[in-house]
Design a protein around this ligand. Structure first.
Ligand code: ATP
Length: 280
């Protein structure tokens, strides 16, 4: 499916992105344009290729083919510059248990070349925002999963990235954390002109915060657009994102089953079902 988004205001341009593991193609020729100042959602069933795509965009794994440009920096050629403008929040928080929250954030600030005074001000601001201030001097090993996840958010935002890539933002967060993160996403894109690329299975969150959505299945983009556009495409004109998602992914699976069956000269349930209807 072709990406028709106007690229003049694009922060991220992904073209022909492909990842193969041996004979298996996990991500197949994906095209994405993430505009400045938008939340862009990547949805898809288990094993669709979402995490692989996000990890290629953050430079954690190398594509087999294709190009990724972030803020005019080609990730393959201007790797450090492209990574400098990108913050990443993985689905499982990777933190250093033997550091305190403050030490962890200071370490991140140092990696990004921030000045001491900027680091101190920013840490203060973010620990307050994520309600971790009173635990600033505690070792991370004593933190709950949700506290670690909030600390990872603070670390990713510390160097003021232009792009925030988030794989499953809500894992481990309590309802208050959910609310905080949803409000934060909208304020980051609307007030600070950041772009957020997020992958999630929590469709109510995607419905609430995303300006645009792509749905991936079997490594391919099978639908893209605003929720309104996806509703029209799926025929679920008043549907929730969950109903739209289920309709689009089921149709794509049916088409896939039929194409495999045709290739091997077999009939599928939906072929025989249609014939039974025609005969009656
Ligand atoms: P989920 O929603 O379950 O997290 P996902 O959409 O994030 O799924 P990926 O983790 O991107 O899916 O995986 C896409 C496909 O690539 C899966 O079939 C997975 O088994 C395969 N895959 C991922 N990493 C590797 C690897 N290192 N070696 C071989 N296959 C892999």
């Amino acid at each position: 499916m072709t990406d028709t988004t106007d690229s003049t205001e694009a922060l991220v341009l992904v073209r022909g992105l492909t990842k193969r593991y041996g004979d298996f193609t996990a991500v197949d020729n994906i095209e994405l344009t993430v505009p400045v100042g938008q939340v862009f959602g990547v949805l898809g069933p288990n094993g669709a290729g979402k995490t692989t795509t996000m990890r290629m965009i953050t430079g954690l794994i190398e594509p087999t083919d294709g190009s990724i440009v972030i803020d005019d920096f080609d990730l393959n050629e201007d790797t450090v510059e492209a990574k400098k403008v990108t913050g990443f929040i993985p689905d499982r928080p990777y933190v250093y248990d033997k550091l305190t929250a403050f030490e962890y954030l200071r370490f991140i600030g140092g990696l990004y070349g921030m000045t001491h005074s900027d680091i101190a001000d920013r840490i203060d601001e973010l620990l307050t925002l994520f309600e971790l201030r009173e635990w600033s001097g505690n070792l991370i090993e004593s933190f709950s999963h949700g506290m670690k996840q909030r600390l990872v958010f603070a670390g990713a935002l510390l160097p003021r990235p232009r792009l925030l890539v988030i794989d499953e933002p809500m894992v481990g967060l309590d309802p208050k954390g959910h609310h905080l993160v949803k409000t934060l996403f909208r304020s980051l894109v609307e007030e600070e002109e950041m772009s957020i690329l997020l992958s999630t299975h929590t469709l109510e969150v995607a419905e609430e915060v995303c300006d645009q959505i792509v749905i991936i299945n079997h490594g391919h983009i099978i639908a893209r657009g605003t929720l309104g556009e996806l509703r029209l495409e799926s025929g679920e004109t008043d549907g929730t994102l969950e109903q739209v998602f289920l309709r689009i992914t089921e149709e794509s699976q049916d088409e896939r089953d039929q194409s495999v069956a045709r290739r091997f000269g077999r009939e599928t349930d939906s072929d025989t079902g249609h014939r039974a209807e025609e005969a009656s």
